[in-house]
Design a protein around this ligand. Sequence first.
Ligand code: XIL
Length: 629
Amino acid sequence: MCTSVKNPLMHGSNRSHLARCLVLCTAFILAGCGGSSSDNNPGNGAANLAPGQDDEPVPENTRFNTATNFSVTREPGPRLPEPEEILELTDVEFNRGLPAAVLQTPDGLDTSINQPPFFENLQNLEVLAGDTIEVVYQPQDPDGELPGMFPEKLPQGAQFVDNFDGSKTFTWQPLQMDVGINRFTVTAVDAADQRYRSSQSILIKVVLPEDSSTIPNVAPMLDTILAHTVRVNDPVVFELKGIDLNGTVPTIEIPDLPAMASVEQDPRFNEIYVLKVVPTTVGEFTIDVLVRDSVDPGLFVTEQVSFNVLAPSAFDRPGTALRALAQNRDIDIGFAALQSFYHRPDGALYADTAAREFSIVTPENSMKMDHINPQPGRYQFAATDNLVSFARQYGMRIHGHPLIWYRQLPAWVEATQPQDREGLMRDYITNIMSRYQSDITLWDVVNEPLSDNGGFRDSVWFEAMGERYIDLALQQARRVDPSATLLINEFDIAFAGPKFDALLQLVDNLQARQIPLDGIGFQLHLFADFDQFDELASHFAAIAARGLDIYITELDVSLSANTTLSTQADVYQQIATICLQQSRCRALQMWGLTDQYSFRSNFDPLPFDRAYQAKPAYRALQQALENSR
Ligand code: XIL
């Protein structure tokens, strides 16, 4: 933990930030490095590390985004480390030796007659950058069959080759970019039952040789760009990211820059160049991108970005937009917005589709604590501010999500002492809610508080305060904004079981003690074979009977075996109908807009496909909104 905090004061060139950070960063470092004495941390009386002027986003030059109708800002300061970078492995883990294998045992498997596959003779390795390692993987099974195997994620440039004798060889030449401790994982698969698996990691420590001129200089490359469909005359931006495994930053050039296009280095990320172009004719386009090595200018590669430009009529949809239909029925219909969609090539089409179809929007990720408050006293508001500006422009309501959750927490919060967390939680709720008070009146105050078996889910908050954290969070939210609608949001509560029973018990308990609560968010991440519609309707009724509102907060319907787009559409239609038949159901919100960017994109769960074409599910929503009175 502590070596991972590379330089907590790195951002503090600004004096007020430095002052605010010094208090908690010091406590944070001490706590993270095993300073266990509570004298070392700020305690419940710790100053509220509220946002300051130096957290305020600054306007972004329009050459970097696709927004035409709303204002876009960016973070003021230099780039902060991404959460994964913070969780880097250290010498401590490396020196502990080979990590234990992780076993997956399918339900019902009789382990007395079938033993798991395993790997022998593996060890952690230390290697110089520029040298090549070779490791032979030969899984064993005490039952005698030959196990299969697959690697989890190959490092760039590595190979995992079949030797056709039951073994495979991993070959890798790590370079400067790989310096540090890397994890490489291979999963062995039982021959008799493919779900019976054992995953074994090795840690590979890559160190720089004394003479780094011995390391070969490899050609740079361009980070992958998906194929995109866009609309003629819309602005299109490509964030072109150069990668060089030697750890240098390649330069990017566009040899034949189209007319009226611009290409510029991103002011915050020097490995990213933003190409902005406004295609004025329809057709398939390809633009060459030259990625040049910064050490040897003669070393370069030319890669291509391609996109399909369609006429506006290609995006026409029959019938009335969902938003207009929903307005007639007095409910909101909405979606979770991809963070910074205006930085995607198809951002203009994304914005336009959303504005036409939806009346309410949730930030998919930008309000999660790891993003919005990544370091003590440090805030990143730009992505949420921009969504607010977009929503204002199109008269959309905003659903704040989430205030208190067990996931997507910054490392510094995980490292706090339990006795500090109540104050921290209260301050956080105050800081975030009050900033957005005039625009956000609906909040998921507590997200996913229940575990699958009906108990309370473990979290930094539960650990510190027990179930009382739920009361405290709701009370604090009410205090900050007495008129806001406060929700508890939960998944797997569409069907009967211990989790929904626990939810009712929680609601009854909160109400008996007059803890503020206005509604329940039903996430509804479903599969297309879902058929427990009666249970869902009765769950809605049980919530309504308690005087609470119902929000469908995260609907998506994943395609699964033996389902089709039409089964998927049917689930959408039935869910929408159940909502419309329940007068307490206030909103129907999808978790995303297009399959292109869904967090379950492998299962195509949304009403729009990757090219923004309406799927049968879209028509089904229209029908539900038109009928079912
Ligand atoms: C998901 C996002 O869609 C992903 O992009 C992110 O990587 C993880 O979180 N329940 C919730 C949402 O309340 O916040 C989750 O969103 C999906 C499940």
